[in-house]
Design a protein around this ligand. Structure first.
Ligand SMILES: Nc1ncnc2c1ncn2[C@@H]1O[C@H](COP(=O)(O)OP(=O)(O)OP(=O)(O)O)[C@@H](O)[C@H]1O
Ligand SMILES: [Mg+2]
Length: 342
């Protein structure tokens, strides 16, 4: 029986959870989702990929629970069960000494929510829990010179939150996060269709429309038209309605502008020398929702600063956390400086 479990990093995302194990790399990348019995939420039927598979096929007897909402634990029991399940998948359950676990949190998370994260991970099977701010991990994962005196800016746009931070000398100088991300964009498309076409669509359909049709910048060329199947509230039956790229743009404009406002807030509070560095080197985007068509161009146009997209935007945070796991000295310095250890 192996004595001591290896260090583990968990990027506890609103949409996706990823685990990195010391000397192994990324071993889990699954939806942040749990399916439970409707009559008793303690009876867990599936977690992660299996839960997503079941979600579209569940009967009334089963309910899908999202343990994390807007980057924060929304259902403590479901979060604990999910983390325990992923940990077992990542390292097994036969170690005598539990692992030390590094977990990502949004920069604006309050101390009560941080405590809930620590508690859930601890109960799920950690000897010690360390927290790291998402944009700091994302910046390290993107290979930015975070330990230099020059300022780097990273904006992590995930499913539930967008975290903007200016980083220098290994720590966060100014940061802000908003509870706006890819899932809010999906909801905006759902709301738009309901309001303007009286049609109700589901989350997965909205997500497809966001990825395939929506663009953050105004539609200038051909206004692509697609057909959406949903439940027509007026006709009381399933119908196909037309949805154009211009309409999709209108729908997602508000969440996109909220992200721009968050970045602007950080820039306005950044010391001038560091702001000048950011103007020169550009803003680095990470997170799955940063792949929204035109979002980079919108941010660049609104703020007058070049914007660069990470090569693997969805993996940047866990990659940075993995780097910290592999370099205990850096982990210790991050744990003492940038992390609110409450
Ligand atoms: N090509 C794409 N275009 C637009 N959005 C995308 C694309 N690919 C993925 N997304 C969106 O990215 C989001 C998930 O991103 P990510 O995995 O970074 O979030 P997360 O880490 O789980 O959430 P958070 O960090 O906010 O808690 C989803 O809303 C998904 O729809
Ligand atoms: Mg994330």
């Amino acid at each position: 029986m192996p004595f001591k479990a290896p260090d583990v990093a968990i990027d506890l995302g609103t949409t996706n959870t990823m685990l990195y194990v010391h000397r192994k790399g990324i071993v889990v990348n699954e939806p942040t989702l749990v399916v439970v019995e409707t009559r008793d939420h303690h009876l867990v039927r599936a977690v992660g990929d299996e839960a997503l598979y079941l979600m579209g096929r569940t009967k009334d007897t089963m309910t899908a629970v999202k343990p994390i909402k807007d980057g924060t634990i929304a259902d403590f029991d479901a979060a604990e069960v999910m983390i325990r399940y992923f940990l077992r998948k990542a390292i097994g359950s036969s170690h005598l000494v539990k692992p030390r676990i590094l977990v990502s949190v949004p920069t604006s998370m309050d101390s009560v929510s941080r405590k809930a994260v620590r508690e859930a991970v601890s109960v799920a099977g950690a000897k010690e829990v360390l927290l790291v701010e998402k944009p700091l991990a994302a910046a390290i994962g993107s290979g930015l010179p975070v330990y230099d005196p020059t300022g780097s800016m990273v904006v992590d746009i995930g499913g539930g939150t967008s975290d903007a931070a200016v980083i220098a000398l290994g720590g966060i100088v100014v940061a802000q996060s908003v509870k706006v991300g890819g899932e809010r964009m999906d909801q905006a498309i759902i709301d738009y269709l309901k309001k303007n076409s009286s049609v109700v669509i589901g989350g997965p359909t909205a997500e497809d429309l966001k990825k395939d049709l929506a663009c953050a910048t105004a539609v200038t060329g051909e206004n692509t038209v697609t057909h959406v199947r949903g439940f027509d509230l007026l006709a009381a039956r399933v119908m196909d309605v037309e949805f154009t790229a211009a309409q999709a743009h209108d729908a997602i404009t508000e969440p996109c502008m909220a992200i721009v406002a968050c970045i602007r807030w950080v820039l306005e509070r950044t010391p001038p020398e560091l702001a000048a560095d950011v103007m020169r080197a550009g803003i680095h985007l990470t997170g799955g929702a940063s792949q929204l068509l035109g979002l980079d161009k919108l941010i660049a146009a609104q703020l007058g600063i070049p914007v660069l997209q990470a090569r693997e935007p969805g993996d940047a945070t866990i990659t940075g956390m993995g780097y910290l796991i592999e370099n205990p000295d850096l982990l210790a310095s991050v744990a003492h400086s940038a992390i609110n250890a409450n």
